[in-house]
Design a protein around this ligand. Sequence first.
Ligand code: NAP
Ligand code: GCO
Length: 264
Amino acid sequence: MNQFSLKGKTALITGAVYGIGFAIAESLAEAGATIVFNDRSQEGLDRGLKAYREKDIQAHGYLCDVTDETAVENMIGQIKEEVGSIDILVNNAGIIKRIPMIEMSAADFRQVIDIDLNGPFIVSKAVIPQMIENGGGKIINICSMMSELGRETVSAYAAAKGGLKMLTRNIASEYGKYNIQCNGIGPGYIATPQTAPLREKQPDGSRHPFDQFIIAKTPAERWGTTADLQGPAVFLASPASDFVNGHILYVDGGILAYIGKQPE
Ligand code: NAP
Ligand code: GCO
């Protein structure tokens, strides 16, 4: 039996119109899963449906903001009716606001927590009952280097992603007996729209200082690509990981293991 096959499975990847979510959806589709995604705007939804069609993936798209509990419950009910029960949930939707903490409004802090931590709680809460009914399921929470490390200007994001690490472990603890495995993927620094500001070329054409910093902090001496996350996602979504639970799989090129490049 191919332990990495997802044939006959339905996967919901939140916020998967582009970036990491889209790449993960592509890999789960390639492994045989039926893909369902959501976006919080009609424009995003249309963009996503077009992008999946261009990849020959018959994805099902739903308009839903992951922070809206009623909308999420309605979406999960609609998916069950129109597509089928969800076997795999990837809580990918997320934002970041890079503001020095003492300059950050409570509203900005709350919005990051709402999307990056409350969102995965709300969606997982809506999906777990059908996973219990169906004899099991897979939940993958997209964590971060900031689930383990802090840095200037990302206090809300680090608090959210640190909380998401522990929510992952708690779902694993509470629902493991129902054959539900809940794990996290902790990407390193990945080239997506979210990190574009950190990679912008300087006016003189040189690399952004943060870009150079990340290269020095990464043994692989490169930024990650969304493709680097595809294999780990298929692994955690498949029977190959049925005894892996509460684990955060860091896909970071070695950042967390490395003190950083010594000055020459
Ligand atoms: P991205 O390019 O900014 O994409 C984020 C996606 O989430 C977008 O499709 C966005 O939709 C959607 N989204 C945001 N808020 C939403 C909401 N309330 N409801 C539904 N969808 C919502 O980000 P990314 O780099 O692909 O990151 C994806 C995930 O990986 C995030 O959780 C991020 O924190 C995490 N991550 C990223 C990196 C990295 O280096 N890029 C590293 C570690 C972890 P809109 O188009 O409507 O905004
Ligand atoms: C930042 C980056 C990071 C990445 C990612 C690292 O500003 O530090 O956006 O937070 O998004 O989370 O794992």
